[in-house]
Design a protein around this ligand. Structure first.
Ligand SMILES: [Zn+2]
Length: 176
């Protein structure tokens, strides 16, 4: 089932830390993961975090295959539950956007490599390493679970400008 993506400034859930997932392998959790992938693919995103669909849980789904150059890339579905970044290295700067802040893209500096420890839908712990785009998505999505958006990595000036533009869109009824 498609879920509605919450937009920045419309719902404070995006700006507070989410709660850990404590029950695993339940029908609800499997349905949530399916819904999150469906919503993410339909929105042409490469990552989606629980709070973005108004779910106060530390869960994120990722698939960067659609962003890769190869045509018809096979899906590379990644589900991270209660994820933590356990190692970071290097630096990359690149344009970033967010399904909760559509229409705005800005350069953001992130670690080039990052290793994540997380649980799967069954509650099993695993580690996964990423570099470049995948490392960027890991950092962006785990930020979401801590109530942090990519615009929090920008200068206060840039962030305020984006906020002002969004408030105008809200007033015009174009930010639902
Ligand atoms: Zn985002």
């Amino acid at each position: 089932m498609l879920r509605k993506v919450v937009r920045y400034l419309n719902n404070p859930i995006l700006e507070r830390p989410a709660d850990p997932v404590t029950e695993f392998d339940t029908p609800e959790l499997h349905t949530l993961v399916e819904d999150m992938f469906e919503t993410m693919y339909t929105s042409h995103g490469i990552g989606l975090a629980g709070p973005q669909i108004d779910i106060d849980k530390r869960i994120t789904v990722i698939d960067i295959a659609p962003a890769e150059d190869e045509e018809n890339a096979a899906p590379q579905k990644i589900v991270l539950i209660n994820p933590e970044i356990i190692a970071k290295e290097g630096k990359q700067t690149g344009e970033e956007g967010c399904l909760s802040i559509p229409g705005f893209r800005e350069p953001v500096s992130r670690a080039k490599f990052c290793t994540v420890r997380a649980q799967d839908v069954k509650g099993e712990w695993f580690e996964i390493a990423g570099e470049d785009l995948l490392a960027r998505v890991f950092q962006h999505e785990i930020d979401h679970l801590n109530g942090i958006l990519f615009i929090n990595h920008l200068s206060a000036l840039k962030r305020d400008l984006i906020k002002r533009k969004i408030r105008k869109l809200q007033k015009a009824g174009e930010w639902e």
